[in-house]
Design a protein around this ligand. Structure first.
Ligand code: GLA
Length: 748
């Protein structure tokens, strides 16, 4: 039977109609939230204070929490009289601006609710402050609520009194009646009011980390961010200095706000200057591809943002951060870590047990305190003889090292050295047993090429099974010998074509990866509290205050060229303390830059941090060996200052032919001074004037140049007051490019 066309058409229309109705209904949907009356609140000031700084927050009549001030300590109660800021251009002064109401700037909080709406208006609910036991910190927690959706927010400020550091973070509590998506959830927001803002921040690349740039912020938005997933600090660090009311970075004077995000994943820090000239800073996890789902009743706590303010210039801000980091953040911060010989540049992948035993003998005779076996010791079916195979197979390579690791490690111990070993547990070479056994553990996106970088793939740390594996790598390597004292933890590539076969929501990947890493590190620290662990990521690609909670030190850069290191170590020192800065002397021509610098210059630079050597000692001449012994020995006399002293930079290496810096003990009784010629300056033949800082002007210091027979300063061996040394009378002669010197100052 043939069906008339008209009936077919009617049936089709009938089939389509209900759909259209449903769509139409959807379009007309009315939102279900009731507008809830906002409870009346008492306007009040909430002051978060340290010894010398104040962060002044204020609850307005309508319950909005505003930030009125951050800077030198004030009487916060006077801010009660400050009239409400008229929010004409949508920027406002909210202490934690959210998408919604009249706020039109970069939000710290942006939520998509189950009904598709985006608006949030947080209102004050309560707050409390209490001293934190075991420190001089006071924690203030402010509880806010959106009265339409029920979403809650807790802002926490940990104010470290003596260090003048405030550690801020936020936590969202989903008390709405359904799941939500966190489109933006910053750790902290800060509004500054000044005539101008000079932003100082680090950019870089592999072997050129921490290159410093200064820029005067204009109106609009400036972003510091990364989307690399891992290796997040290779091309820029989640930290900055902001100098107020100046167009120049001043080392010793002027107001400086410094910030550093404690997060080893994608970060974003925005600086927005609107028509009112306020500078609004929002810092946190990068929302890129991370619309984080938060189920009903769940909470999300952000990483921490570390703030400090100083009116003693960049130097003051750095010292405050360093003091805080040594005391409260860096794993065992401020403890002296051993000098070492690392096998990498001296042997690369080519060694036998004998090679390593010789290196250990040499390290011992040079006065070093540890030997570290770098890459190349593992893999059997896929031996690690180059970087193309073996990652993932953490079993000793029996043809290279038939006697095993314990044989070498216990030999090191027998020579009075500690022993360290390299791992890169987050990664896998396609050429490995692991890649064949667990292809589902690799970061990947369905149907896409899994791109290689350095011939390797990234393991999916968002997956708890992979976390167990990575923890197991550390744990099983530690079982190779009871004499393992140090692990160099590497991470040599970023994430491409991100994706996790494990996760339901790919939006969780970037955040869950880092949380997975931190879970692993937490477990490691529970079992191995005393093992020294270096955070390496192709050099300094994971340098942040999140990772430093678990790691003792960082591998500052694969580039050990003395000249390049002056700049990178200066850049690192703006935010991070010298106790974390691993600095090695390597051979020349330098393997990265091909530059040739004198051995003494290389030492004088490396002695600014945790000193190490990374070369084949056999190639050193007798003269060089004598210098090595001398430098290592003298370093041990003053290195406590490197690990615990206050840093005073003597200028900047940028745009200058000379640079110097010094570390001064807390009681100002001792100091070590480093000076370098980093460009030829013919006028320098009469001596380069440095004004030494941080000394007690009334105390007298004996000045002794290290590592030389005849000094480059006329006053060497004499005793001088701190005032004299700070006057510019200290003028060592640094006549040539790469002239350098180290002086020890000891109060009488
Ligand atoms: C990275 C590190 C180096 C070295 C090599 C080994 O590049 O930064 O120090 O450990 O890996 O492959």
């Amino acid at each position: 039977m043939r069906i008339p066309k008209v009936l077919v058409a009617a049936a089709l229309i009938a089939a389509i109609l209900p759909l259209n109705d449903a769509q139409a209904r959807k379009k007309k949907k009315t939102f279900t939230h009731e507008t809830v009356a906002v409870p009346e609140v008492q306007p009040q000031v909430i002051a978060v204070e340290t010894q010398n700084t104040s962060l002044v927050l204020c609850v307005r009549e309508d319950g909005e929490l505003q930030q009125l001030y951050y800077g030198k300590k004030v009487d916060a109660s006077e801010f009660e009289a400050v009239p409400r800021v008229h929010n004409r251009y949508g920027s406002g002064c909210s202490a934690f601006p959210s998408t919604g109401a009249s706020f039109l700037g970069q939000p710290a909080l942006h939520v998509r609710y189950a009904d598709g709406t985006h608006n949030t208006e947080m209102r004050y609910f309560s707050h409390s402050s209490h001293p934190v036991s075991g420190s001089d910190a006071v924690e203030t927690t402010i509880h806010l609520k959106d009265h339409v959706t029920g979403l809650e927010l807790e802002l926490s400020f940990l104010a470290h009194q003596a260090e003048d550091v405030i550690v801020a973070c936020s936590e969202v509590i989903n008390n709405t009646n359904a799941g939500v998506e966190l489109l933006d959830i910053a750790s902290s927001a800060m509004t500054l009011r000044a005539g101008s803002y000079l932003l100082t921040h680090a950019n870089g690349s592999w072997a050129q980390e921490m290159q410093i740039e200064n820029e005067l912020l204009q109106h609009g938005v400036k972003l510091l961010e990364t989307r690399r997933g891992t290796q997040t600090t290779q091309c820029g660090n989640p930290s900055f200095l902001l100098s107020l009311n100046t167009e120049q970075l001043n080392e010793d004077y002027g107001e400086v706000v410094a910030g550093a995000l404690a997060w080893s994943g994608n970060y974003r820090i925005s600086f927005e200057q609107g028509p009112e000239h306020f500078l609004s800073i929002v810092a946190g996890i990068n929302p890129f591809a991370s619309a984080y789902p938060l189920g009903k009743g769940q909470r999300f706590r952000t990483p921490e943002m570390v703030w400090t303010f100083s009116d003693e210039g960049a130097g003051g801000a750095s010292r405050q951060l360093h003091r805080w980091a040594r005391k409260y953040r860096v794993y065992n911060g401020g403890e002296v870590n051993p000098t070492l010989l690392n096998s990498w540049e001296g042997a690369y992948f080519t060694f036998t047990t004998e090679t390593l035993i010789h290196m250990i003998d040499d390290a011992a005779s040079m006065g070093l305190e540890m030997f570290v076996l770098d890459d190349g010791w593992f893999g059997n079916n896929y031996p690690r003889n180059n970087d193309r195979a073996g990652l993932g197979d953490w079993k000793v390579n029996v043809s290279k090292l038939p006697e095993g690791i314990d044989h070498i490690a216990s030999y090191a111990h027998s020579k009075g050295l500690r022993f360290g070993i390299w791992i890169e547990p987050e990664m896998v070479n396609p050429e490995s047993d692991l890649a064949h056994a667990h292809p589902e553990w690799v970061v990947q996106s369905p149907g896409r090429v899994i791109y290689q970088e350095r011939s390797q793939w990234v393991l999916d740390l968002s997956n708890p099974a992979v976390q167990d594996f990575v923890y197991g790598v550390f744990d099983s390597v530690m079982q190779l010998s009871p004499s393992i004292d140090y692990i160099k933890w590497d991470c040599n590539r970023p994430v491409f074509s991100f994706g996790s076969p494990y996760l339901d929501s790919q939006d969780r990947f970037y955040v869950d990866y880092v949380q997975g890493l931190y879970n692993v590190m937490r477990r490691i620290r529970e079992k191995y509290p005393d093992v020294l662990v270096q955070c390496c990521s192709s050099g300094g690609a994971r340098v942040d205050y999140g990772s430093l909670r678990y790691f003792n030190e960082i591998w500052t850069s694969d580039d050990t060229d003395g000249l390049e290191r002056v700049f990178m170590q200066y850049g690192t020192s703006l935010i991070y303390p010298a106790c974390v800065m691993a600095a090695h002397v390597s051979e020349v021509p330098n393997h990265q830059s091909r530059n040739i610098t004198p051995l003494k210059f290389r030492f004088d630079v490396a002695c600014q941090g945790r000193l190490g050597l990374e070369l084949q000692p056999r190639y050193l001449s007798a003269d060089d060996m004598a210098l090595v012994n001398r430098c290592v020995e003298s370093y041990k006399n003053y290195r406590d200052l490197v690990f615990t002293g206050d840093l005073y930079r003597l200028g900047s290496p940028y745009g200058n032919d000379i640079y110097g810096c010094m570390y001064v003990s807390e009681d100002k009784s001792r100091a070590v001074v480093y000076v370098y010629s980093i460009g030829f300056d013919a006028r320098g033949t009469d001596g380069q004037r440095f004004r030494l800082k941080g000394l007690d002007p009334s105390r007298r210091y004996k000045v002794t140049e290290q590592n030389v027979d005849s000094s480059c300063w006329w006053g060497d061996g004499g005793v001088y007051s701190g005032a004299f040394l700070g006057s510019g009378a200290f003028n060592p002669v640094l006549p040539n490019l790469y002239s350098s010197a180290i002086f020890l100052l000891e109060a009488e």
